[in-house]
Design a protein around this ligand. Structure first.
Ligand code: SF4
Length: 423
């Protein structure tokens, strides 16, 4: 084990020596993106490993070490981490954990402290935790996000969103069962070497790769059939993670619908934009505000090119962040940005506008912000869009799968009925 070093406040640090010897465990949050994040880290001198366990019983491991009034995503992430460390009987002293810290008002900013408490309780306090954040909240001598790593993470996010969109738009219509899944495996294999480069900005490279991916999906032979579209929105973790949402995407596709999931990048732009909004309204460093604004602007320029390419190849692209934000005008204030805040409401409106009025809103137990911006907005949305067919699915420690399925099935049968009636 590397020598343990602490900062002045007694926080265990991830040191330079650990960088060489330790494996960094990453919780699985978004299966279409996190595989690529791991590749990005591993080509920048880290040894990262993605945790792929998806059994909901991991929650019991979380419950053993965290207070039971903690929101479900926190409980699942803690459970998944502790389970993974316990299984590594021989090298528990050679692992570190990494977790995002949003810096916002909800518990996502405090997961890291809950995790430290849980590790202490599980007698694993020698495991260092790295905070991945944009606000310089916690620093570690052995972990630095270099400009090149940042650019690779940006690339991974855009490619993840692209692959997710294309899979969702082709898999329900594939002429040969399993074709799209096989294509996805092939693309992932190709991407294993893609991130291994030393250039700071690799725009040409990334454009070439994305065009290759688009062309590959364009060649998928599909059947001519109309299926109802069902959107998935909600708290960030339960929206994307199969562990958090009981494999919702798979369940819906088995019911015969086309799934629509908003891009993950929107959440990150929303987080930067929210911080800039707070600085403007409540004060703070102007330079930071301009930097955040510049990041959103830069990412949107890159994403606009991809959106154009997606449309050119015959697929549907998501709308821009600016347009998304404008949708909530007179519905919810853009200052509502704890948890998913106004973004969640905007995503529902966007889905309704774009032919997916059937929506599953995933709601974790213990999550006040998303009950307000999610369930709390149903009445308003229903009055503005009577054609909407939205169902809230609760995810809690004792979530009954049958209960969730019944509610999903009811929403799906309404979607099929409306499609039949031509609504
Ligand atoms: S948004 Fe809700 S579920 Fe997510 S971390 Fe915050 S309180 Fe927990």
């Amino acid at each position: 084990m590397a020598e343990l070093k602490y900062d002045r406040g007694g926080r265990l640090l991830f040191t330079e020596a650990m960088r060489k010897e330790y494996t960094i465990l990453i919780p699985q949050m978004a299966p279409y993106h996190f595989e690529y994040f791991v590749q990005a880290f591993n080509t920048e001198g880290y040894q990262a490993e993605l945790l792929k366990t998806t059994d909901y019983s991991l929650i019991h491991e979380g419950m053993k070490y965290a207070h039971n009034d903690i929101c479900i995503p926190a409980m699942l992430v803690i459970g998944q981490f502790i389970d993974a460390i316990k299984k590594r009987k021989h090298d528990q002293d050679k692992v570190a954990l990494i977790i995002t810290q949003t810096g916002g008002g909800c518990r996502a900013s405090n997961y890291i402290n809950l995790l430290r408490k849980a590790l202490k309780k599980a007698k694993l306090e020698f495991v260092p935790i790295i905070s991945l954040n944009a606000g310089g909240l916690e620093k570690n001598p052995g972990f630095k996000v270099s400009p090149r790593l940042l650019h690779k993470l940006h690339d991974a996010m855009i490619i993840g969103d692209l692959v997710m969109t294309l899979v969702h738009q082709t898999r329900p219509y594939e002429a040969y069962a399993g074709h799209v899944d096989q294509l996805k495996v092939k693309i992932d294999k190709d991407l294993e070497t893609y991130f291994n480069h030393k250039t700071l900005f690799s725009w040409k490279r990334s454009k070439k790769k994305m065009l290759e991916i688009l062309k590959a999906f364009q060649k998928v032979k599909t059947i001519d059939q109309v299926k109802p579209k069902v959107g998935i929105v909600g708290e960030i973790y339960v929206k994307y993670s199969p562990l958090g949402n009981n494999h919702l995407e798979e369940t819906l596709e088995k019911e015969g619908v086309e799934v629509v999931v908003p891009p993950l990048y929107d959440f990150f732009l929303y987080s930067f934009d929210s911080r800039a909004h707070d600085i403007k309204r409540y004060g703070g460093r102007k330079a930071e505000r301009w930097l955040l604004k510049a990041i959103v602007w830069y990412v949107e320029i890159r994403r606009e090119k991809i959106r154009k390419a997606i449309k050119k190849h015959g697929f549907e692209a998501a709308i821009s962040y600016k347009k998304l934000k404008s949708l909530v005008h007179k519905v919810i204030d853009v200052g509502t940005h704890t948890g998913e805040g106004w973004l969640l409401t905007a995503e529902m409106i966007d889905l309704i506008h774009h032919g997916a009025p059937n929506i599953v809103c995933t709601q974790p137990f213990g999550c006040l912000p998303n009950h307000i911006a999610g369930k709390g907005m149903f009445k308003k949305l229903k009055s503005l869009h009577p054609e909407s067919n939205i169902v809230a699915i609760d995810y809690d420690t004792s979530a009954s799968r049958i209960n969730q399925l019944n509610r999903i099935n009811l929403m799906v049968s309404n979607a099929f009925r409306k499609l039949k009636e031509g609504k």
